[in-house]
Design a protein around this ligand. Structure first.
Ligand code: NAG
Ligand code: NAG
Ligand code: NAG
Ligand code: CA
Ligand code: CA
Length: 308
């Protein structure tokens, strides 16, 4: 009964809120739109150095938010949902000098002002916004949450592949678009990133598709920072085995590899090295499958079917 009432209310509300605006502004599903600034935002609560944060924003088609007053209001609202992530968030430089928010230690081993002026990397300061809405600075190598922003007019959308991103390559023989984002992530992060772009982690459905993807992984420049450069995360992983039953690998669409249409493992795989290789990857050399540790960072392939 209660469920019925909720359904009814939702239905009524959706009727009332129609008609929708002529063109709804949408971007990656992990970005929030702000009408006042006509821009999209994502507060990353995971911590990174300023340099690494800049890279993540860029891979998402955005940039580290250079804060205007309205942007700071947006950030303030977002921060309220996360009372426990500390007081500082990396933002892009507004070109002005700001006070350092870091307290000076009693014994100051940090470089002198002279060092700062000569630009030693360990003394470089980058901009943060505090919970109170002030712009301060912090040593750039510190790991902090960060906020990315892209103006609606600059937010990339690929009309052909129907994805929120650039650089997708269409393979007519497969009917899918593929991209290797220029960043390395854990399996979960890679899964989330493809999904947010309206794509998904690669699922191989045929030998032909394997060959096309092998071509892609062998022609694109390798992505720096991977645990091993010759593996790319793909959209399958093992269920936790019950008792001593054998592990079953399933795709992100809940199919076995056989059901999906491609199940050829690289020689001696899956080997479950260190008993923790529950995530799927494709091997650059032969295009075939390998199990890897889900927490390691690897490059990955996003896929979007367009003939459906
Ligand atoms: C990849 O595909 C291109 C174009 O179809 C082809 O010219 C090239 O030889 C292929 N490369 C590999 C490594 O298969
Ligand atoms: C599981 O392993 C245990 C101990 O290694 C063994 O006694 C048992 O028979 C196995 N069960 C099955 C279903 O293979
Ligand atoms: C996945 O498939 C299995 C067997 O085909 C089914 O029992 C299970 O409910 C499915 N899981 C989800 C989340 O759909
Ligand atoms: Ca596929
Ligand atoms: Ca393995």
């Amino acid at each position: 009964m209660a469920a019925y009432i909720v359904c009814f209310l939702l239905f009524t509300v959706s009727l009332v809120s129609a008609p929708a605006p002529a063109r709804t502004k949408v971007y990656r599903s992990d970005y929030t739109y702000n009408k006042k600034t006509d821009a999209f935002y994502k507060l990353h609560i995971e911590t990174r150095t300023e340099r690494s944060a800049t890279q993540v924003c860029s891979v998402e088609g955005a940039q580290l938010m250079i804060p205007s007053q309205r942007d700071i209001i947006q950030l303030h609202g977002m921060l309220k949902q996360f009372p426990d992530i500390g007081n500082y968030v990396w933002v892009g430089s507004d070109g002005k000098e700001h006070e350092s928010a870091e307290e000076t230690p009693i014994i100051d081993l940090s470089p002198t002002n002279a060092d700062i002026r000569t630009g030693f990397p360990w003394s470089r300061e980058c901009d943060v916004v505090t919970r109170q809405g002030d712009v301060d600075s912090f040593p750039c190598y510190r790991q902090l949450p960060f906020i990315c922003k892209v103006e609606a007019k600059d937010a990339p959308y690929d009309e052909h592949c129907h994805v929120f991103g650039t650089g997708y390559k269409y393979f007519p023989s497969i009917g899918s678009c593929y991209k290797i984002p220029r960043i390395v992530y854990s399996w979960n992060e890679a899964y989330a990133d493809c999904r947010a772009q309206n794509a998904h982690l690669l699922v191989l459905n045929s030998e032909t598709e394997m060959l096309a993807v092998k071509n892609l992984t062998n022609t694109e420049l390798s992505v720096a920072g991977a645990r091993f450069a010759w593996f790319f995360y793909a959209g399958f992983r093992a269920d936790k085995p019950v008792g001593n039953s054998t592990r079953v690998f399933k795709t992100i669409f809940n199919q076995t590899l056989e059901e999906a249409g491609y199940s050829v493992w690289s020689p001696n795989e899956p080997n479950n090295a260190l008993s923790n290789e529950d995530c799927g990857s494709v091997f650059k050399n032969d295009g075939k499958l390998n199990d890897v540790d889900c927490s390691q960072t690897y490059a990955f392939v996003c896929e979007k079917e367009i003939n459906v």
